[in-house]
Design a protein around this ligand. Structure first.
Ligand code: GLU
Length: 497
């Protein structure tokens, strides 16, 4: 029942959501998930999604953050209808460019007697705080509200004068009814002495002016919600619907995933070769689930299925294994051509492999792509395969270790005999026997069974790959072709002789 009201509102009114990051560093999964939920809700109801940059805390600003935010959202496929780079009816979308607007509303509150200049010094504030501590009561500035505040000239901070000390009750789309008493209300700062508004004030003004209907943000904002509601009331405006997102927990489930806990920059996932579709799917499921067993969703599925009703309250757990599994599922949905092209691109980026001319061999490569695809769950696993020596033997003849060519209890004479038999058999086999690993198997398998599979198949495989672990010899012969395979087998005979 908890969300009937909020869902109905979504349907009646044009939904307007926003993502309002502060440019204080890279975007991690928590930020991006908030953006994703706000975007999904807007898209589901053909509403508007706004990107707004909240840069009013100049001390915390980190250079390059804005570009990083735009790049991360674009990679994921979260596109905005209004924002700093494209403008829109409520421009500008960077708060530091909207200072006059906040000032106007601040003056409006002053006129109503609901804001006052505060020239309390840091030292005086400290004294107030210490006193509250000694008295074991919460520090509230309103207990020290000056009787005759100076006229606000912009050089002092401007504080809100809480109009009514009362209990506020509101409906959170995820949490249902929430409420807090006067202890949650205070004369907080609207505009700082540096001329910039606080988050507490600026976001309210912007959400009002931009027509935001639904605000999604983390649990840390619940405690301040009564303050926001008292400002809406003072301005005579209706607050938006709040939808509180659950925390994201690290693997193991008991620690909140935060920037400091090593929550990764979302662009790191690009470097590791995850698909944006996977990230979107994965992040959507961190705190929301449409119900049922299905876990693989496309962008369109997510848009049509998303609802506030199915958002969870409890922490969602971030798991790398799940991410890898999901990525593989999305890779399977790619067309083979696109997938192969992507594998090729990653091989070209790898210095150990890109040097091989055979990388452009149009007969060889289509046979290698499926093998690679079988062994990876993200593109960077290709580099891991290369690092483990699992790919170079497709492109160059391996160095052979004489000892290792002979199967456990075998001997050189028999091994040479078997290798020569395989060479002869391959050389005399018609072309159509090379059309699949199975066709090649049918040439060799009976002989191997009669003479000991290890005795025949081990040296054959080792001669072709030079590795103790590699695909079976039939697959290797199929990939390398008759000529290259027989040459490598002959090389093994030479090594043993
Ligand atoms: N600028 C705030 C932050 O980055 C946004 C909070 C909100 O969405 O209202 O935490």
């Amino acid at each position: 029942m908890r969300n009937n009201m909020t869902e109905n509102t979504e349907k009646k009114q044009k939904v307007v959501t926003r993502f309002a990051p502060s440019p204080t560093g890279f975007m991690h999964v928590g930020n991006v998930r908030t953006a994703l939920y706000a975007w999904l809700l807007a898209r589901k109801y053909n509403g508007t999604f706004i990107l707004r940059i909240e840069d009013t805390d100049k001390k915390r600003e980190v250079e390059g953050s804005l570009e990083h935010i735009l790049k991360s959202l674009k990679w994921l496929g979260i596109e905005w209808d209004e924002g700093p780079d494209i403008g829109g009816p409520n421009a500008p979308y960077i708060q530091s460019q909207r200072l006059d607007i906040y000032k106007k509303y601040a003056n409006n509150l002053i006129e109503k007697g609901l804001a006052y200049a505060d020239d309390t010094t840091e030292e005086e504030l400290d004294v107030f705080r210490k006193k509250a501590e000694e008295d074991k009561i919460a520090f509230l500035f309103r207990d020290h509200r000056p009787e005759n505040p100076p006229t606000w000239d912009g050089s002092q901070s401007l504080r809100f004068k809480v109009p009514k000390l009362k209990r506020y009750t509101w409906t959170d789309a995820v949490w249902g009814e929430l409420s807090a008493g006067p202890e949650a209300l205070d004369d907080f700062i609207l505009i700082k002495s540096d001329g910039y508004p606080t988050y507490n004030f600026a976001h309210i003004i912007d959400d009002i002016l931009m027509g935001v209907t639904h605000v999604m943000r983390g649990q840390e904002f619940i405690a301040s919600t009564p303050k926001y509601l008292s400002v809406y009331e003072a301005l005579g405006m209706t607050p938006p619907i709040y939808a509180t997102t659950p925390p994201i927990m690290g693997e193991g489930g008991n620690k909140k995933l935060g920037k400091r806990d090593g929550a990764k920059d979302v662009l790191e996932y690009v470097k590791e070769g995850y698909l944006p579709e996977t990230m979107m799917n994965f992040l959507a499921l961190l705190g929301w689930n449409p119900g049922g067993e299905k876990e693989v969703f496309t962008k369109d599925d997510l848009i049509s299925l998303f609802s506030l009703e199915k958002m969870q309250r409890s922490g969602a757990q971030f798991g790398d294994d799940k991410l890898d599994w999901l990525n593989k599922e999305h890779m399977k949905m790619m067309s083979e051509d696109v997938r192969n092209a992507e594998i090729h691109k990653w091989l070209l980026k790898n210095p150990e492999i890109s040097k091989f001319e055979k990388l452009n061999d149009e007969k060889l490569m289509p046979k290698i792509y499926p093998i690679i695809f079988d062994h990876i769950s993200k593109w960077s696993d290709i580099d891991t395969m290369v690092g483990a020596g699992e790919l170079s033997y497709y492109f160059q003849s391996p160095q052979l270790d004489k000892e290792k060519l002979v199967w456990k209890d075998g001997n050189i004479t028999d091994t040479v005999k078997h290798l020569k038999w395989v060479i002869d058999t391959l050389q005399n086999a018609p072309e159509n026997n090379f059309s699949s690993p199975d066709a090649i198997k049918s040439l060799i398998f009976d002989y191997a069974t009669e003479n000991g599979r290890g005795q025949v198949l081990w040296p054959t495989r080792f001669a072709l790959s030079g590795k103790e672990k590699s695909p079976d010899p039939f697959t290797l012969i199929y990939i390398l072709g008759k000529e290259e395979s027989t040459a490598r087998l002959a090389n093994a005979v030479k090594t043993l002789s």
